[in-house]
Design a protein around this ligand. Structure first.
Ligand SMILES: [Zn+2]
Length: 292
């Protein structure tokens, strides 16, 4: 009898240990590497209309939500979002937050996502958001660079604000580094496709001082993977370049992310009727995201 009790206790202990060492999944994000390599010497194939393959246009390689823009990689003219709107002309895009002045412009899609995010924050009792800057054309960026200096601003053409995917968010209560709005964004923005682009612990990689107000839209599942792995965009793009293909599960939705390197012929496999999104990385590579 004693032996049986011992075995039961041993099994219980084992179960407990297994549960303990199972990695804790933060807010239900699972990431898996699906390593694959491409034959970079393969010649471009002719693609028939009837196959599920598509030859990507040259201009598409420099468009999308995952373009890396920094001192090294500049914004090309074709990379600027084509859906830039002046928020003040679109009251239906301005619910739940304020704007600093009447001239704030942003990608319409990003404004919609931002609105979804502030609606969620409001449910947590955090509702004093203010957009102080959105899309800037090259001229505006030039003026700002002169005023702010290189620690906080980037020269025209090297700022994400020139894409239309980034915005500076403040709080009408206090400084973003102290305000509940800043803390909420730091903790939750990734769930809505946004990233804090210049975190405190990545200054050596981004080359930009900590900016608790600057957020960038990259979309899901990318923001979730970056949050889970504590990557800034520079690190995430390198990660995709190394892995080739990953799968990610975020809040029950499954995604496959495939990286096509610069040398690849850019004939991509279309996922049938599934939703997909293409984006360049601004280095000549292409990233396809499929929702499974
Ligand atoms: Zn900014």
């Amino acid at each position: 009898m004693k032996k049986r009790v011992f075995v039961v206790l041993f099994m219980l202990g084992l179960c407990y240990l297994l549960i303990k060492i199972e990695p804790v999944l933060k807010d239900n994000v699972k990431i898996q590497s699906l390593r694959q390599t491409y034959n970079s010497n393969s010649s471009p194939r002719l693609v028939s209309q009837t196959t599920s393959k598509m030859q990507v246009e040259r201009s598409q390689i420099y468009q999308g939500n995952l373009l890396l823009v920094n001192r090294q990689f500049a914004v090309r003219q074709e990379s600027v979002r084509t859906d830039i709107v002046n928020l003040f002309d679109y009251p239906n895009l301005m619910e739940g937050y304020g704007v600093y002045d009447r001239n704030i412009r942003l990608s319409e899609e990003v404004a919609q996502r931002f609105m979804d995010m502030v609606a969620a924050a409001s449910k947590d009792g955090v509702n004093h958001f203010l957009i102080s800057s959105g899309y800037r054309d090259f001229e505006q960026q030039d003026v700002l660079y002169e005023e702010m200096g290189s620690e906080y601003a980037l020269p025209a053409g090297n700022s994400e604000h020139n894409l239309g995917l980034s915005l500076d968010v403040g709080s009408t209560k206090s400084k973003m580094s102290e305000a509940p709005e800043g803390r909420w964004i730091e903790k939750n923005a990734w769930k809505y496709g946004f990233i804090l682009r210049y975190p405190k612990d990545k200054i050596d990689i981004t080359g930009i001082a900590y900016e608790p107000w600057h957020i960038r839209y990259v979309g899901l599942p990318h923001s979730a993977v970056m949050h889970e792995k504590n990557f800034v965009l520079e690190e995430y793009i390198s990660f995709l370049q190394e892995e080739g293909r990953i799968s990610a599960e975020v809040a029950g939705k499954k995604y496959t992310v495939t990286y096509y390197p610069k040398s690849h012929n850019k004939t991509v496999e279309l996922p049938g009727s599934k939703e997909y999104e293409l984006s360049g990385d601004n280095e000549g590579g292409l990233i396809m995201t499929v929702q499974e």
